[in-house]
Every structure is written in structure tokens, then in C-alpha cells.
Write a protein that binds this ligand. Structure first.
Ligand code: SF4
Length: 324
């Protein structure tokens, strides 16, 4: 389980700090595929970096706590004590955005696997024995062990992505964080990657956190999801509930804009653009685009709270009128 308490982050710039995540409070459960959706620049990737403790200048954690529990040895790793890095590979792993290009272009995949597996997890094996284990794991994922002899450029984009996912999951981590795992892949390959992630989650019984701007990805694969807007979370709930009955006006706009089978009506996106994080509006940041915005919305930040069991949102309209 990952618990996020009052998490706020910012990027240091020449013109002062740009606040990117604002007081996030939520939990990602064991044994679920959890999605994080939202438009570009809403803070999805920053959130994933914070969860994995990939926090380097100019990014900084301003306040809050991240706790990873339910790990293999029962140990709890908290960001505050700098311990999440000790959980890398074995308990938490990361598939970065544009993962296909993070492989070292001049090393064969076998070297990249050998270099990534922590020494203590090689159990005094010879390189050949470790590679045999890796080969067997690749076969479980329907990948040929022959790819270990390949350089990244010899593989297709989809195959490189599969290899990265294999690398990230080889140690059977409790949590896998995947940032836009299907971006830049064609639809058929995307489907294969999503199926691979679903199979892995079923086999490992772990938690997979997927960041994607593509609502279709969340619909197909996630159990629960968070909708982010301008550095905050607008709504969290079971994925089927979010798609069937979105309660936050931003989520309603996102879902209404999705194409549906058999529906030939023209779909319109939400008018306007997200605000610049450097100079966001006061109150609810969605107010300039929200059809229900009131003076209160323009002056007071809505509180993120539970409106239905397991259903959280931040909206004054919901607070005043309840869920309809
Ligand atoms: Fe719209 Fe107001 Fe709710 Fe923000 S708080 S989403 S502006 S109704």
C-alpha cells in the first residue's frame, strides 16, 4: 500500500517556486491497478517521481509524507527517512515515460539486466545462471530469451517496452509505477502492453500504478483511478463508477468528450486550457472552465473529501448540493 499524506511539491525556478502538487491525500491499495489521469502538465509525472523518490533539483518536496507498506519483509519505507530508494527493484520499480529510449543503446540487453539486478539478489550465482533465470522469466512473459543478445535498436518499440517492463518486474516488486506505458505505440501494440501489465498484476498480485493521459487506457485496465487537474486531485473512485457516473465537473467534461461505440454525435472537449501552474487562479483552479463556477469557487479552494463510499472529490457544488 502507498499512503500519501499532505504531499506538496514544487520546482525551483529563477522566478520563484512553481507549486506542482498541492496537498495530496490518498491511498493506493495492495493488489490493484490504480490509474492517474489528467491533461498534460497537471502533475501526473511529478507525482510518480515523488512516489519513487526520483526527486532531484529543481523538484523538491515541500511537505507531506509518502509511506510504502505491505512489502516483502513487512518493512515500511517512508519518503521522510529517505528509505524508498532502499525499496527500489525489490519492492517498488519504475517504468519511466518514453521508456523505450532509456535503454543504453550501446549495451546488449543481457548487460542491462545484469547491471540492474542488485548484487544481493544474484545469490552468488554466475552471470550465466542469472541470465538463465532472466531467460526463464522472459519466456513466462512470452518473450524470447534471444532478445538478451540484442541491442535496443534491433528491437521494435513495442518489444523494447516489453523488455523494460520485464526488467522492472523481474524482482517481483510489490509496486510497479508505469508512466505513459503505451504512448508512441500503435493501437495493436498498446493492447499487447496493457494485457501484459494485467497478466503481470494477476500473477504477482501486486500494485500497478499507471499514469496516462489516455482515458481509454484507464477504462481498459485500471481498478480505481484518480483524476488530476492543475496539481491537485479532482476525483478518486472505482474506474467503472468514474466512467458511469462522474461526480466532479472536470471529470464529467472529460467523460462526456469520450467517443462511444454507435454514438456518431460530435464530441466537444472542455473549453479553455488548464491554468499556468506558475500563476494559478485563486480558489478552485478549474473555475475558469467550469460551467457551475460561483464566487465561492473563485475565492475558496474546495476541500477534497469522501462523498460516497470510496469516492472522493474536491468541489463546492458537491459540498452544497450533494451527489446527484
Ligand atoms: Fe466547478 Fe466550483 Fe466545483 Fe470548482 S468548486 S469544480 S468551479 S463547481
Amino acid at each position: 500500500m502507498i499512503k500519501i499524506d499532505n504531499l506538496s511539491t514544487s520546482y525551483e525556478t529563477m522566478d520563484g517556486d512553481v507549486h506542482v502538487l498541492n496537498d495530496l491525500n490518498f491511498t493506493i491499495n495492495d493488489n490493484e491497478i490504480f490509474g492517474i489521469a489528467g491533461e498534460s502538465g497537471c502533475g501526473k509525472t511529478t507525482l510518480l517521481k515523488a512516489l519513487y523518490d526520483l526527486v532531484y533539483y529543481p523538484l523538491k518536496i515541500d511537505k507531506g509524507k509518502i509511506t510504502l507498506s505491505g512489502t516483502k519483509n513487512g518493512k515500511e519505507f517512508s519518503y521522510d527517512s529517505g528509505e524508498i530508494r532502499k525499496a527500489w527493484w525489490n519492492n517498488i520499480s519504475y517504468v519511466p515515460q518514453a521508456a523505450q529510449s532509456v535503454l543504453d543503446p550501446i549495451s546488449r540487453l543481457k548487460k542491462q539486466f545484469l547491471d540492474s539486478i542488485p548484487k544481493e539478489d544474484k545469490h552468488n550465482e554466475t552471470e550465466q545462471q542469472t541470465l538463465e533465470r532472466v531467460g526463464k522469466y522472459l519466456e513466462q512473459l512470452s518473450l524470447s530469451p534471444d532478445i538478451l543478445e540484442a541491442y535496443p535498436f534491433q528491437l521494435s518499440g513495442g518489444m523494447r517496452q516489453r523488455a523494460i517492463i520485464a526488467l522492472a518486474t523481474f524482482m517481483s516488486p510489490n509496486v510497479v509505477l508505469a508512466d505513459e506505458p503505451t504512448t508512441a505505440l500503435d493501437v495493436v501494440v498498446q493492447k499487447g502492453i496493457l494485457l501484459m501489465l494485467m497478466d503481470l498484476q494477476k500473477t504477482l498480485k501486486n500494485t500497478i500504478v499507471i499514469v496516462s493521459h489516455d482515458m481509454g487506457v484507464h477504462y481498459q485496465i485500471t481498478d480505481r483511478m484518480a483524476i488530476m487537474y492543475s496539481g491537485s486531485i479532482s476525483e478518486i473512485g472505482k474506474t467503472e463508477d468514474i466512467f458511469e457516473h462522474p461526480i466532479h465537473p472536470y471529470t464529467q467534461g472529460l467523460v462526456a468528450a469520450l467517443p462511444r461505440v454507435g454514438d456518431k454525435s460530435a464530441k466537444e472537449g472542455i473549453p479553455g486550457r488548464p491554468p499556468a501552474l506558475k500563476n494559478p487562479p485563486k480558489g478552485c483552479r478549474f473555475a475558469p472552465r467550469c460551467p457551475y463556477a460561483t464566487d465561492r469557487c473563485r475565492s475558496e479552494v474546495p476541500v477534497f473529501r469522501e462523498y460516497l463510499p470510496g469516492r472522493f472529490a474536491a468541489c463546492h457544488k458537491l459540498e452544497e448540493e450533494g451527489v446527484k
